[in-house]
Write a protein that binds this ligand. Structure first.
Ligand SMILES: Nc1ncnc2c1ncn2[C@@H]1O[C@H](COP(=O)(O)OP(=O)(O)OP(=O)(O)O)[C@@H](O)[C@H]1O
Length: 577
């Protein structure tokens, strides 16, 4: 509820105005049967024509005002709910940008997408219906009952009893439904995960002939969802029939008791029309509200799921100190001081007591076997994770003391998995630097050995599909490198970014790169010795520990792990170079 109020707060005046309009709509709706009753009573009692005509005109005016009120009410409710939906989506997206990988794992990517799209839609739809169908219910009930009491006390009690009965029934069903809808949203998350896996991994599924197994998995997730949806609908169908039965029953009772009351002289005949109309209106609103209740428990669960994301305290918090912008003087760009790191759900440290410095104008390389912790080192510098002990310094300051945005402004990063965004090649290059001129982009492409771009019909403005699937692995890597080079930074990180390149392109790229980033520090993570053998400093990692540090000549003499790696590759690589 707090979450909903938080999103309504900026629109409190719009909300207030919507409520006033809805209230007028309800009051007009109840006034019409009262006018009708008076006209019938006056007609039967031989009342004058003037009164009937005046009442008819009043009825017309009330009808027009009520209809306009209903129209305006619907418009305002839709406007309000779409604004709330938009704000929720924006806040969820902004929040997700502050999440570390561990924070993301708390929900899972599939669930984050369901929460941002589906859950917000459910809340938005629920809000429109709630404003239109549920909010007027108390006003309709109170005004209708008061009017019934003003006609006849007995009838007033009768209407109160019927209203309370139907309301209790609706509350009971709504409570039960919320359990079912909790399950329903979880099944929706599951469907999302299975579908995403099946769509993105379709080639692997086909290659391993696993279509039948995957079909079974999909069917199971669809069936679970369908079963939960059916039991929810069954519940509401039951309530609907009981409510309809109650409406008809109450009308029969009003007519039966009303006849006696008229006979006894407590009521006039027109009052029966007014009373049945009040009863119909009250019960109709409750039934409509109950239909909306199908959505309300579901919407409340969605609000809770949205709130869980919005209120999660990100594992990684911004520091308040600014990085020195005159940092180009600092020789030491990155320093690892006794850094150890353990993933939250891991049993032992992934990195153990790392000490090293990346200097400006020098290349530091990290080499080691698969799973030795190379990418984790890059992620620590970018603060995708925080150290468990020790510290990482950028230009002499602990990276935890500065805002993450500022930290990342000083770093240009090529991830291990080359990822491109849908749009054009130019759009992707501008991700690194949104003010990059065409000249700068062309230069970055030429350093990254990406001349193939000019062979495409639209050159720099050629289309990139989602994830860059219309480019080969090597082309994607080169475009990712060009994107990183389009940005001026103190530190360039290349995480296994040359692995998909042939030896000739790898060598040419490194040669062009050396000149390009001479005023910055460079960190290259690689599996191939030929890629890093010219680096000023090579760090050999094994199971998260530094087992060798120095240049190629030093390590080849002193580090057995490096010697092993070299033995297995260097011959072949040297031949290629
Ligand atoms: N999110 C995570 N939770 C728990 N453990 C993780 C997580 N991510 C990585 N690890 C573990 O941390 C270790 C180091 O992983 P990392 O990706 O840094 O290795 P790497 O040396 O870069 O490997 P590769 O050369 O294959 O890319 C691995 O054992 C991996 O299983």
């Amino acid at each position: 509820m707090k979450t909903i109020l938080q999103f309504i707060k900026p629109y409190k005046w719009l909300c207030f105005f919507t409520l006033i309009v809805m209230f007028l709509d309800v009051a007009g709706g109840l006034l019409i049967p009262t006018i009708t009753a008076n006209m019938i009573n006056a007609g039967i009692n031989g009342g004058n024509m003037d009164y009937l005509i005046r009442s008819g005109i009043l009825m017309l005016i009330v009808t027009i005002v009520t209809s306009l009120g209903a129209l305006l009410g619907s418009y305002l409710a839709a406007d309000l709910s779409s604004k709330i939906g938009r704000d929720m989506r924006n806040d969820l997206y902004d929040k997700s940008l502050t999440f570390s990988s561990y924070d993301f794992e708390q929900f899972g990517t599939g669930s984050m997408i369901t929460r941002t799209l589906n859950d917000v839609n459910v809340v938005q739809q629920g809000a429109v219906w709630f404003i239109q169908m549920v909010l007027p219910v108390p006003a309709v009930c109170i005004m209708g009952i008061v009017m019934a009491f003003s006609i006849d006390t007995m009838m007033g009690f009768l209407l109160t009893g019927a209203t309370v009965f139907i309301l209790l029934l609706a509350i009971l069903v709504t409570r039960k439904a919320s359990l079912i809808f909790d399950k329903l949203q979880k099944f929706l998350d599951r469907m999302n995960v299975v579908l995403r896996e099946n769509i993105t991994g379709v080639r692997v599924i086909r290659a391993f002939n696993k279509e039948k197994d995957e079909e079974k998995r999909m069917k199971k997730s669809f069936e679970d969802y369908a079963e939960a949806a059916i039991s929810a609908n069954r519940l509401f169908a039951g309530l609907e029939s009981i409510a309809l039965f109650a409406i008809n029953l109450i009308i029969v009772i009003i007519l039966w008791l009303g006849g006696n009351r008229i006979g006894a002289g407590f009521m006039e005949i027109g009052d029966i029309t007014a009373l049945t109309q009040y009863a119909m209106m009250i019960l109709f609103y409750i039934i409509m509200a109950q239909m909306v209740m199908i959505l309300i428990p579901r919407a409340m669960i969605c609000v809770r799921r949205i709130s869980d994301v919005l209120h999660l305290t990100p594992e990684i918090q911004d520091g308040g100190l600014s990085v020195d912008n005159n940092s180009s003087q600092t020789k030491e760009v990155i320093r690892f001081k006794a850094v150890s790191f353990r993933f939250t759900d891991a049993g032992e440290n992934t990195l153990e007591n790392l000490d090293f410095i990346c200097k400006r104008g020098e290349t530091t390389a990290i080499i080691g076997s698969t799973g030795s912790g190379k990418s984790t080192v890059a992620q620590m510098i970018l603060r995708f994770h925080d150290v468990t002990s020790g510290s990482v310094l950028l230009n002499g300051k602990d990276i935890r003391s500065m805002p993450q945005k500022e930290l990342r402004e000083h770093i240009s990063y090529v991830p291990q998995k080359a990822w491109l965004f849908s749009g054009t090649i130019a759009d992707n290059l501008r991700h690194g630097n949104d003010r990059a001129t065409e000249q700068q982009m062309k230069h970055a492409l030429s350093v990254a050995q990406s001349e193939f771009v000019y062979d495409l019909p639209d050159g720099l403005y050629s289309r990139v599909s989602q994830g860059g699937t219309n480019f080969s692995g090597g082309q994607k890597q080169r475009l990712s490198i060009a994107r990183a080079l389009a940005k001026k930074a103190d530190l360039y990180i290349f995480d296994d970014s040359f692995s998909a390149l042939d030896f000739k392109t790898d060598a040419a790229l490194r040669k062009a790169l050396a000149n390009e980033v001479k005023d910055a520090a460079v960190l290259i993570i690689a599996q191939r010795i030929s890629t890093i053998m010219n680096a000023e400093q090579i760090i050999v990692l094994e199971e998260g520990r530094i087992v060798g540090i120095g240049n190629h000549d030093f390590l080849i003499q002193t580090c057995p792990v490096y010697q092993d790696i070299a033995k297995s590759q260097i011959k072949g690589d040297m031949n290629h170079e």
